[in-house]
Design a protein around this ligand. Structure first.
Ligand code: SF4
Length: 247
């Protein structure tokens, strides 16, 4: 992606970008002495994850392909959310993606459409991905829960425990290089911790049985309500991009 395109996407995210004095600023860019790209930051060693991630109670099952897995999820009754869903929201994207994006659970619109991250939050997620050179159809997008909790309440730990083995199966099929957990709820459920999102950021964790490197950032719905934190999300994305390049 060219610098001009990246500036456009960052402008769409509401993040100020900077060009050197004397150059013609792209739309949304401000003139300044600052360099175009922030200096690279340190990526912590993978060998020292900040938090232990307990193994899921149920391991992966060998020989389950996409069709079988999707059909199992569509008919799943392992938790009470099966009674209130319109449909399951399995996931969408490239089945061989390097990046796996994971949110918490379907909302009302996702429950209606059967696809994760649609609506305004989905559009912002798309812009965030484009800012690091990724198209939506290049990544795979899924949720911790495949069914919508009523009234958009937070997922229960028991529901996440029942549903996460499906994500493990998806990971076994996709074999992503990196997972990006978006939002506090997804991050805490994936890492089985109550540590705040602020403390989980800017570290390389490992997820479950697969031990895929996992980086956390803010949920786009939160960023729509709190645009001041978009810059931190941009830092997280750059961090994740560096981690992915080193895997
Ligand atoms: S949330 Fe997951 S475990 Fe619960 S019914 Fe839906 S697919 Fe099954």
């Amino acid at each position: 992606m060219s610098s001009a395109q990246r500036r456009e996407y960052l402008a769409a995210l509401g993040i100020d970008t900077w060009v050197l004095r004397g150059k013609t600023p792209a739309p949304g860019a401000r003139e300044a002495e600052a360099p175009l790209e922030a200096p690279a930051f340190e990526v912590p060693a993978f060998e020292v994850p900040a938090f232990e991630v307990p193994a899921l109670k149920e391991g992966r099952e060998a020989g389950v392909d996409w069709t079988e897995l999707e059909s199992r999820v569509a008919g799943c009754t392992r938790c009470a959310l099966c009674k209130t869903r319109t449909q399951t929201v399995f996931g969408v994207g490239n089945p061989h993606a390097q990046w796996l994006i994971v949110g918490e659970a379907p909302g009302a619109e996702e429950d209606r459409q059967g696809e994760p991250f649609v609506g305004r939050a989905g559009q912002l997620l798309n812009s965030m991905l484009r800012a690091i050179g990724l198209a939506r159809d290049e990544v795979y997008i899924a949720n911790v829960l495949k069914c919508r909790p009523p009234n958009n309440r937070d997922p229960l730990a028991s529901e996440a425990g029942e549903c996460l083995p499906y994500l493990e199966q998806q990971i076994a099929l996709i074999k992503p290089k990196i997972m990006l957990a978006v939002g506090r709820i997804a991050s805490q459920n994936l890492l089985r911790t109550e540590v705040t999102l602020g403390r989980l950021r800017r570290q390389v964790h490992r997820f479950g049985l697969s031990q895929v490197p996992l980086v956390v950032t803010y949920h786009p719905a939160y960023l729509l309500r709190t645009p001041a934190d978009k810059r931190k999300a941009w830092e997280d994305l750059k961090f994740a991009r560096e981690v992915c390049a080193r895997v």
